[in-house]
Design a protein around this ligand. Sequence first.
Ligand code: FAD
Length: 392
Amino acid sequence: MTGSDPGDFLGVDAELTVDERDIRDAVRQFAEVELTPHVAEWYENATLPARDLAKAFGRLGVLGMHLSGYGCAGSSAVAYGIACRELEAVDSGLRSFVSVQGSLAMYAIHRYGSEEQKQRWLPPLASGEAIGCFGLTEPDAGSDPASMRTRARRDGTDWVLDGTKMWITNGTVADVAVVWAQTDEGVRGFVVPTDAPGFSAHEITRKLSLRASLTAELVFDGVRLPSDAVLPGVTGLRGPLSCLNEARFGIVFGAVGAARTCYETALEYTTTRTQFGAPLAAYQLTQRKLADLVVEVNRAGLVALRLGRLKDAGELHHSQVSFGKLANVRAALDVARTARSMLGANGISLEYPVMRHAANLETVLTYEGTEEMHALSVGQAVTGIPAFRVNT
Ligand code: FAD
């Protein structure tokens, strides 16, 4: 294996096209210069220079990069995934920023919006001049969004929106929120400017995970919206679920990045730290752990690339995305925890990235569909029997 990249043991990146490799290199270089030097501080202070970051991500071209037109790059799904991988190699919160903007807010408008909504919002969201968020989860409706209580009712030609959304990434800094609500016609999506009277966003503090990401409760208190605020292209939960599927796809790749960073940190640490007169890496128990990490990181990378190629061919089924999210986030979490142990006391410090990644991955395991929901999705795919509800 002389000359091989220990982080890419199977040479998975050799399968990338030239364009995909160029995007990898550009995002990796951006991350090294603009993100890595600051991320521990952002995490420790639970803050993020969201406006500046949005514009920097816009200049890099990663916001809605897999969409076409309206200032979006129109790149392949694999290229988008690779960008997510390189961002999440720094921090899951930074990949979340790009996922929520591109795969949730922008995708919803791009796929289901009117021409006016697209013209109004997509170019500034792609450039990072505007920030978007996506409100589906509520205090009493998480895995089961069908039980949402947020409601939009018609009043003349207007809509009036009432309710609360919880755990909304970028909610406090967003210019526009894509909000899902019950209506007499079923669940509909609404494009809500955050300066609308009756809208308020409240930061959720005391998070122990995804601290380099802003999370909010959104309150809609009689928010009056014009008739054309509704997304015309979809009715029912199919709308938000299709958007989540896009974001989950990014997570399948992103988790590989987080795992790779943890593995590389453990490799570097154990080859340089000496105990009992030899580098930690010289001990068989350490090599066993390193071998496990290499296997997990590379297997996850292969899963991501396979799903990416299926998506680019238009053949990716949502249960396969569930497979990928389930497998890769679980693998990344295992890698992060093992790497943490290999760094001993230093493993718990923000001087090293492993504990930060491990803590972040607890959120990644839960959001965009929990581990259990994706297990049920795969279970349904292989048995034909849905087991999401108790039969009463
Ligand atoms: P619950 O649904 O209450 O689940 C609790 C536990 O019960 C889980 O383990 C779950 O798997 C299990 N469970 C539930 N139902 C079943 C079942 N039928 N069978 C077996 N087990 C079950 N949401 C947004 O809309 N927009 C965002 O931008 C956003 N950002 C987020 C950012 C962060 C930092 C976090 C932590 C969450 C974010 N979320 C967002 C919310 C996230 O998507 C939800 O937390 C997630 O869907 C789970 O919902 P819940 O937390 O209400 O858990």
